[in-house]
Design a protein around this ligand. Structure first.
Ligand code: ADP
Ligand code: MG
Length: 225
């Protein structure tokens, strides 16, 4: 009901790309683990938000007109104190304000995870096609992804992990730790539940999901209705 209300409100306001607040609220309503976060409208608010989230943090610009935040210099990672947070916000305000009203996501920095991507697109007459693959820089280069039509059960989600070509990488190679498959399959199942309840979603991605030996957390999300 909470997620539906968020989508209804966006629709009423004519917004097709949901705000970061909308996206993370929807994820939380479905029990999709996300990195701890707060929104801020100014440098001072961002510093206060960072105190709540706990250092180190990441600051990201949130603006309907900005799609790829890092390409625009709209992502500052591993900020360790208030001065760094304030400087990041002020720099983004200077460079990016021409795009429109800027908000700032202050998010816990989660280093050392494996970057995965979970996505979904609406297929007219079929429902949603759910996609899984390695995220970050690998997704464009390797195009190594697997698909299932939603609803995706836990078992099917496990199959999605196993069926990418680089599946072995998920288990860890050469002493590197494997990822928490259980957490990732549950996350995919929850994404599918969200899609079943909110069929008006045209496109969604969680890119990246940061996967660890224990746990997996969405640190970037995009929803288009
Ligand atoms: P965009 O995709 O719009 O450029 P992201 O939010 O995905 O912006 O951030 C870009 C990259 O920054 C991510 O792919 C990831 O490598 C890194 N990153 C973002 N958020 C975090 C975080 N909370 N912890 C660790 N790394 C992060
Ligand atoms: Mg991203």
């Amino acid at each position: 009901a909470r997620a539906q209300a968020v989508v209804d409100q966006a629709r009423k306001e004519g917004r097709q790309v949901l705000s970061a607040t909308d996206v993370y609220s929807i994820f939380e309503a479905y029990g999709i683990p996300v990195a701890p976060w707060r929104m801020a409208g100014s440098a001072a608010e961002a510093v206060a938000a960072a105190e709540v989230v706990g250092y180190p943090v990441v600051v990201k610009v949130d603006c309907e007109e900005i799609d790829h935040k890092s390409d625009m210099g709209g992502v500052a990672v591993n900020l360790k104190d208030g001065a760094a947070v304030a400087a990041a916000v002020e720099s983004m305000q200077e460079r990016l304000s021409s795009f429109g009203k800027l908000r700032f996501l202050v998010q816990k920095f989660l280093p050392g995870g494996r970057e995965l991507i979970v996505g979904a697109t609406e297929q007219p007459g079929l429902g949603h096609l759910v996609m899984f693959g390695l995220g970050g820089i690998y997704v464009e280069v390797l195009k190594d992804v697997s698909f299932k039509i939603s609803p995706v059960t836990r078992v099917e989600a496990g199959e999605m992990l196993s069926s990418i070509k680089t599946a072995a990488l998920l288990n860890g190679v050469r002493g590197e730790k494997g990822i928490d498959r259980e957490a990732v399959t549950e996350l995919i199942e929850r994404v599918s539940q969200l899609l079943s309840d909110l069929p008006m979603i045209r496109e969604m991605d969680l890119n990246p999901v940061m996967a660890f030996e224990k746990g997996a957390f969405a640190v970037d999300g995009r929803i288009r209705i």
